[in-house]
Design a protein around this ligand. Sequence first.
Ligand code: HEC
Length: 163
Amino acid sequence: MKTLILSIAIGTIFFVACEKKVEAVVQQSLYEQIANAAKYSFYKNDSSVLPSAPQSAHNAFFRVRFNSIAAAALTDAGKLPVNGSFPEGSIIVKDLYNQQNGNIVLYSVLKKESGNANSNGGWLWAEYDTSGKEIYAIGSKGDGCVNCHSVNSRDKVRLFDLF
Ligand code: HEC
């Protein structure tokens, strides 16, 4: 009996440790997927850095880019059509700048992966600093992001109705 309890305990510890590891690998590989901006296209093909909307929690200046899977869904004059949705594998990156002519200080990231246990509203939610260090973990499942991103959004994406 003791051995059984012990093995269950050890098994659980391994399982939890393994889950954490898998999560860390997903987090790191997502950073690698966003780091190369050359593989992305900018919203309305415009890489200008703009002030974030007053409705936004993001500081302070930004530009948004889409991977090719996400970009393919932008069929309404560069926007996702109302009631449209992004395909699986879509990645959207918000480059956040400290000043309009300044430096990138943060990447806010959405990846469409509805089958992933960490997804919320179909998306993985993450933030990284420029060295790839996680600032907002995928494992937080969009807590603190999704509520605001559900207001006036198209498939949880906010900029279409603001810019
Ligand atoms: C209080 C509201 C609010 C919260 C909280 C918020 N966002 Fe946003 N987010 C916005 C708005 C508004 C925009 C549109 C651009 C802008 O003005 O900043 C935006 C833009 C984005 C974009 C570019 C795509 C889009 O939706 O336009 C990403 C990626 C993003 N947010 C990720 C996140 C993540 C990750 C979190 C949580 C860590 C988060 N956001 C929390 C309001 C919010």
